[in-house]
Design a binder for this molecule. Sequence first.
Ligand SMILES: C[S@@+](CC[C@H](N)C(=O)[O-])C[C@H]1O[C@@H](n2cnc3c(N)ncnc32)[C@H](O)[C@@H]1O
Length: 235
Amino acid sequence: MPLADLTADARILWRLLRGQPRRGSHAERLQAFYAPQAARYDAFRARLLHGREELIEELAIAPGEHVVELGCGTGSSLQRLGSRLPGLASLHLVDLCPALLDQARQRAVGLANVQVVEADATRWQPEKPVDVVFLSYALTMIPDWSAVIANAHTMLRPGGRIGVVDFHLPADANPVGRRFWLSWFGHDGVHLSAEHLPALRQRFTECRRSERRAAVPYLPGLRAPYYRFVGERRD
Ligand SMILES: C[S@@+](CC[C@H](N)C(=O)[O-])C[C@H]1O[C@@H](n2cnc3c(N)ncnc32)[C@H](O)[C@@H]1O
């Protein structure tokens, strides 16, 4: 890896080692945590946040659909949506962190069907019901995650799809693994839970689910547990 990339990684790792600030509102803590990383966020997270491309495939997003991403970060999903993007009726990218949204806005320049929105995913609602809502590695960073699931349910039309990819605590995690991942992720404001998947299955009819483990940069041999879920609003 070139020296410039290693130096940029070192800055991100330093931020991760310092952890998420404990003071301030949720929005202030996100901004303090992410602002120093924003420019290098995508390159590092590409090696940490697995399954995002697969989630987009599994959602089978069709031309003419209205789509929302909650907790969009830098808007990197615009790249993953690829050739599907121009055909969408609308795409709202919603996040609470101005530093990451600046990156998303730069990406969205010239894309007439894309709107970047600074708002809380627990409360923001589109003007009309939408066809698809997705979240990638955002549910674990939102303290009131059950409010986000309820809010996503409300904004979907009946039969609309939700897609979530995120870290979690698998049902078969051993106690040592549980404690390690809880404290390792918790330090950076990522709150792993065994309750997210059951809560999603309670509100949405499950269409697809997979639970896997994947590599973590600079931690050879360790594999973090994550899942993908695609469900349909049933009422
Ligand atoms: C780990 S990042 C994932 C970003 C992006 N989805 C990705 O895959 O790269 C989690 C994101 O959730 C956002 N977030 C946390 N709490 C939020 C809230 N209450 N409302 C909206 N976004 C929130 C953070 O600002 C951050 O951008």
